[in-house]
Design a binder for this molecule. Structure first.
Ligand code: TXA
Ligand code: MG
Length: 338
């Protein structure tokens, strides 16, 4: 049975983690699937229960900014100064930093054989208390079965893992809704965003005040190639039915062109207003921020509907601010109509 731990049972949740069991926890982005990062068996169980390929490393979650320096090594003066500036500006928060990892501090499977590790301090008071109570950092990949949309609600975690993990630390739906921005500070060729998220490239550059930050040329790679971020080679967030991403001004046209199909249509309020009738609608709220927070819930909702043939989700383009939304929707979609 999977326990639902309320805030007054954090110590029990911590004990389960110290015992090598798995406990999911909330963050400001999505729920994570926690295990103590020093226990190789527990970390292996995370890969196993998610169905995650073992070459896709896990992010380590810290309770304090300074702890980072206990786990990384050989930082250049530049790297050290970047870390400090970024931590001051964004931690706790949705930014994961990739840095050279010390040997033997984490269980070998955490880093999937790489000589770097991804570290972040999540912005959620209960989870910070949990890590503190455990006394050691926690790995925390998104708490979804591999290939499913990441969980933004307690019920999403329960849906994927009920009976398969020891517990879930309960919380409201997560505030941001897409996973952290992953920034690689370990590559001598430059600073790279391996995964776009809530914190935009421009904000990072403004804080660093000097170095340029770029996206690797190829965030999407073929299955037989070695990607910079191992997670990038896997298809994510895929509901059973076909997903099209469609701009608001083309939504009616696409619905009409598929009039013979049962359509699930998710869009912002303004997009949904005045559309031809469809089998199911889902409101992504008034604006990009709400749409980002609800995107995974929409995709999961579509997945749970029987009798749906086609899923249409509004394509939103507000420049860099929509990079995280677009990246996650692209991973679920087979075609963009814009
Ligand atoms: O917001 C988040 O980051 C959530 C919450 C729970 O903290 N966690 C999350 O973890 O999204 P996960 O495991 O689903 O995604 C981690 C991503 C993957 O794309 C992985 O390949 C990449 O970060 N990554 C982890 N360690 C890395 C490393 N050493 N080098 C390059 N990429 C790494
Ligand atoms: Mg994930």
């Amino acid at each position: 049975m999977t326990e639902i731990y309320q805030a007054d049972r954090i110590e029990e949740a911590a004990q389960a983690l110290r015992d090598g069991q798995l406990v999911a926890f909330p963050t400001e982005t999505v729920f994570g699937l926690g295990a103590i990062a020093s226990n190789d068996q527990a970390v292996q169980a995370v890969y196993q229960v998610k169905g995650r390929p073992s070459d896709n490393p896990l992010i380590v979650h810290l309770a304090h900014k300074e702890d980072l320096f206990d786990y990384v090594k050989d930082l250049t003066p530049d790297q050290r100064s970047w870390v400090k500036k970024l931590q001051d500006a964004f931690w706790p928060g949705p930014l994961t930093l990739i840095l050279p990892v010390k040997e033997d501090v984490f269980a070998p499977t955490v880093t999937g054989g790489l000589d770097t590790v991804g570290l972040r301090m999540p912005d959620h008071p209960l989870t910070l208390q949990l890590i503190e109570a455990v006394g050691f950092p926690l790995v925390g990949p998104s708490a979804n079965l591999s290939g499913k949309p990441s969980p933004t609600k307690l019920d999403h975690v329960r849906h994927d893992f009920d009976g398969k993990i020891a517990g879930i630390l309960a919380s409201q739906p997560t505030r941001i809704g897409v996973e952290s921005t992953v920034l690689d500070l370990s590559d001598p060729r430059g600073l790279f965003i391996l995964r776009p998220g809530h914190i935009a490239r421009g904000e990072i550059e403004a804080v660093l005040d000097g170095p340029e930050v770029s996206y690797p040329d190829q965030l999407r790679v073929e299955a037989d190639q070695q990607p910079k971020a191992p997670g990038m080679k896997y298809r994510h967030y895929s509901p059973h039915e076909t997903v099209y991403a469609v701009t608001a001004d083309r939504m009616a046209e696409v619905i009409q062109a598929h009039a013979d199909q049962a359509i699930f249509c998710a869009g912002r309020e303004a997009c949904l207003a005045g559309l031809p009738a469809v089998a199911q609608t889902y409101s992504l709220g008034p604006d990009l921020k709400t749409a980002t927070q609800r995107l995974f819930d929409a995709l999961r909702g579509a997945d749970d509907c029987s009798d749906i043939d086609l899923i249409l989700v509004e394509w939103i383009d507000e420049g860099e601010a929509s990079a995280g939304y677009q990246n996650r929707l692209l991973k679920a979609s087979v075609q963009v109509f814009d």
